[in-house]
Write a protein that binds this ligand. Structure first.
Ligand SMILES: Cc1cc2nc3c(=O)[nH]c(=O)nc-3n(C[C@H](O)[C@H](O)[C@H](O)COP(=O)(O)O)c2cc1C
Length: 500
């Protein structure tokens, strides 16, 4: 296997034009766990219950980038050998997950990922094989029992147990046959039933409409424990018609092995941990949720969504459920979104003709949407406003943005202290704050009045903060009281030991 992995190594161009080795060092979740163990970032917990303890522990570790991944085993009352894994996206393992050297900081990692994601447009289709570990255990028809798995009740006020958090749906376009992978939450209803939450516009929803127009039920397979890279692709905004399988294969430099699910024939990863297969039942709309949202709130009291009639469940021996439940921000989910989305904000600004953009960051505390930061080398009066308004309304910014802060290139926009200090000292609210009304909100926006949400009037306002030194009197702007780079270097050399 090592040879195959070496063969998959590829050069990746990072955002600064340098070359970095890109190698995804795992095939499946078990390889990933072994790599994380090697990095010293995995903790094992036995005996924690699904009713509240796994959720409690997940909450604590998910806010801290330095906290380990945790593998829970021996969950009382559940299938012997079954496990739950949480907090995959933190520490050095997030670099490993995306296939990059573990010494890259988050900005370099983010740029490196954007480099391969965009720069390497190689798509590699999956390879169909006859068999795989996913078929080690098969439950079909009356034998289906989803309650054997250690599905946690993640948050105190959730409306149920969520088996699908670190998961993705596999659906087929009935007209083109193209396969889509998309991450949508899945709630356990009973032994044989789950409910899911696929929002309008999602590719699985587009597929569903086509099946309904033909008078057919939509087949679906849901991977609730799979390799992290493919799961991450399921949450990325990949154009309709391009299969996330092919993108993940391209990033690995080799095809993903799939087997045909026994009832629907959908291609499922041969080495997945647990796969649920069935049909979306539009005649059974049932309560789904509430579930803690990506905004860190219980914005909605729950939804009414279609259930899925489960026809079969496949799982490996000692299966592992992958958990990725959102928490109050910042959390694991927002860490991952900040890293994969921030470079796209820069690309969008450049594509719109905004010059001199030196850095962008879609902040974790805003779930990578609500707070966007942009650094520029100012070139003309109005440049900062241009950058701010475009950032708020471009493809990456348009959904659910709340504040954009544009500042000068001397500010590290990834550092909240530096960013807010710049806004406090360089922006005068009456002069430098612009409001935009009628922006595109999401239903999950906690500040959206319930009556507007009810009627679908999903609009918000945004604030653009021009935190750049005023261009036309920049030479008179007070200097910051900080040592020169040379003095700072000498101070560190002489007195750095004081910080040890
Ligand atoms: C962990 C996670 C959970 C998500 N939950 C949902 C969800 O419940 N419903 C939804 O419509 N989108 C959800 N999303 C967002 C979609 O996965 C995302 O928009 C993705 O691009 C959808 O894939 P598609 O474009 O192929 O439909 C979630 C994303 C992640 C990473």
């Amino acid at each position: 296997m090592a040879g195959e992995k070496d063969a998959a190594a590829q050069n990746a161009t990072n955002g600064t034009g340098g070359n970095l080795e890109h190698l995804v060092p795992y095939e499946d979740l078990r390889d990933w766990i072994a790599e994380t163990e090697r990095l010293g970032e995995l903790r094992h917990v036995t005996g924690a219950n699904w009713q509240e303890e796994i959720g409690m522990a997940a909450e604590i570790v998910s806010h801290d980038d330095g906290a380990p991944a945790v593998l829970f085993g021996e969950v009382p009352g559940c299938l012997a050998g079954s496990r739950v894994l949480v907090n995959i996206f933190g520490g050095k393992r997030k670099n490993m997950t995306l296939g990059f050297p573990t010494d890259l900081g988050k900005v370099a990692l983010s740029n490196a990922f954007a480099g391969i994601y965009h720069g390497n447009e190689k798509l590699i289709a999956p390879r169909t094989v006859d068999d795989g570990p996913i078929f080690e255990n098969v439950m079909q028809g009356d034998d289906v029992d989803l309650e054997i798995f250690p599905t946690p009740h993640w948050h105190e006020k959730d409306g149920g147990r969520y088996i699908g958090t670190g998961c993705y749906h596999i659906t087929r376009d009935p007209e083109t046959d193209s396969i889509n992978l998309g991450s949508y939450r899945v709630m356990l209803k009973d032994k044989k039933t789950v409910a899911h939450n696929v929002l309008p516009g999602r590719h699985a929803n587009l597929h569903l409409k086509k099946y309904l127009a033909r008078g057919e039920r939509m087949p679906v397979a849901i991977v609730v424990g799979g390799d992290p890279l493919t799961f991450i692709m399921g949450g990325c905004d990949i154009p309709e018609g391009v299969s996330e399988y092919d993108v993940a294969g391209g990033l690995r430099g080799k095809p993903i092995d799939v087997v045909s699910a026994k009832v629907t024939g959908l291609p499922i990863p041969a080495n997945a941990e647990i796969v649920i297969e069935g049909y979306v039942n539009m005649d059974r709309m049932e309560p789904e949720g509430p579930f803690g949202d990506w905004t860190g709130t219980y914005t909605e009291k729950g939804r009414v969504n279609p259930i899925i009639d489960v026809a079969a469940v496949y799982y490996r021996n000692d299966p592992i459920l992958l958990g990725f439940a959102p928490q109050r921000l910042p959390d694991e989910y927002s860490r991952y979104r900040a890293i994969v989305r921030s470079p796209f904000l820069k690309k969008d600004l450049e594509a719109a003709g905004v010059p001199g953009v030196t850095a962008t960051w879609c902040h974790e505390v805003g779930g990578s949407r609500m707070l966007l930061a942009v650094a520029i080398e100012q070139r003309y009066v109005g440049h900062a406003r241009q950058a701010g308004h475009v950032a708020s309304m471009c493809r990456t910014g348009v959904d659910a943005n709340r504040w954009v802060i544009v500042t000068d290139s001397d500010v590290d926009v990834t550092n909240l202290d530096e960013l807010i200090y710049a806004a406090l000292t360089r922006a005068d609210p009456a002069e430098d704050f612009d409001l935009i009304r009628g922006g595109k909100a999401q239903k999950s926006d906690p500040r959206l009045p319930p009556w507007e949400r009810e009627v679908g009037n999903l609009v918000n306002s945004r604030m653009i903060i021009d935190a750049c030194i005023p261009f036309h009197w920049r030479d008179d702007f007070p200097e910051i009281n900080q040592p020169s780079a040379d003095t700072l270097k000498r101070a560190r050399e002489k007195f750095g030991y004081l910080l040890d």
